[in-house]
Design a protein around this ligand. Sequence first.
Ligand code: S3P
Length: 428
Amino acid sequence: MQGVYVKPVSGAKGEIRVPGDKSISHRAALFGGMAHGETHVSNFLLGQDCLSTLRCLNQLGVSWERQGTEVWIRGEGMDAWQEPVDVLDAGNSGTTMRLMLGVLAGSPFAVTLTGDASLRSRPMRRVTDPLRQMGAQIIGRQGGTLAPLTMEGGQLQGQTFRTTVPSAQVKSAIILAGLRASGETRVLEPALSRDHSERMLRGFGVEVQSLGTESWVRGGGRLTGQTVLVPGDISSAAFFLVLGSLVGSGELILKDVGVNPTRTGILDVLQGMGADIELSDVLDVCGEPRATLRVRPSRLKGIEIGGPMIPRLIDEIPILAVAACFAEGETVIRDAAELRIKESDRIRSVADGLNALGAKVEELPDGLRIHGQPTLRGGYANSLGDHRLAMAWAIAGLLSEEGVSVENMEAAEVSYPDFLTVIKQVAK
Ligand code: S3P
């Protein structure tokens, strides 16, 4: 067998500080680059995705300095951005590509954005169509719907868009373009997606209005450099919430985890399954609530989820599926067809991966049906280059009978570079 072997453990104990939130780190860097004056970001995520955003900013003429997880960005406003002399590479990061397209739609120069094989296969029409309607010119593969994409930005007109899937990347791209458009730009979503852009833009001094699933902005807003303290990423904490719930003994304490209500679906669902998770020290910093989470072992039961819950835990579904393998009864996840166009087709890859480890998982067109069993055999699993699968397979290994050899474990570096080191520290 190949890959990194993760052996079964009987307990997990300790205090963990998960790395900074990926979505918030991207936005802090990007808005810092758009702002006037210095932005200081603390606890910036050093995952490959957020480093891609910093590199792209550099190529656009924005200067920044980094020492560990502290980043200082010297913003001179969006009008100071320069035409890059080479292609911008967003790597594996959908957020970098889609948010950058939104900002660059109002820049009067040409720019080409590309990414790795996974990102080049992910749908971009959801951002290119609205940005074109606002006035940007975009060409690319397959009618300008797949990267590499070349954009020539310029004068934009504000519009109202009714999106068909809840997506914070699409909503943010439109709002960011709206900041540089004439008049008002409005986005109505079918369900509320994460609202980090709206919260942080307000912190940078821009008036963004929100009501329910609707957000709008008037063109001409000016961003002023800020201090941003990034909370721990609940999507990274989710792996430890599942480990701490299903391992034989112990207790895990997760400090300073972001608990923005648009992201806490995983807490609601695990608690609904019977998990023993407690929140304390809830505190609002820089417009984002954060808390300490304590998790102890418990017996989980199956659950049915769908509808507006899905965008609140979309990135946590792979690890939730691992939890469901051990829950009593059946777990059904619906309305999650978006999973098919993430870093991998996460419906197929989760079902195939878990079944190969001895689980009973059925693939549904828009989700998964998982029949819980008392144990999971283990074996071999491939991350397929998808960071969240790599970490889900590692947690499955810790909870399994025989352990799991995870092929392409290094994919975890996209969002959690120290993941295996932390696992070694808490595993007993
Ligand atoms: C993100 C939004 C979500 C999420 C992704 C990060 C963001 O994607 O899955 O990991 O930072 O805005 P969608 O906007 O495609 O739903």
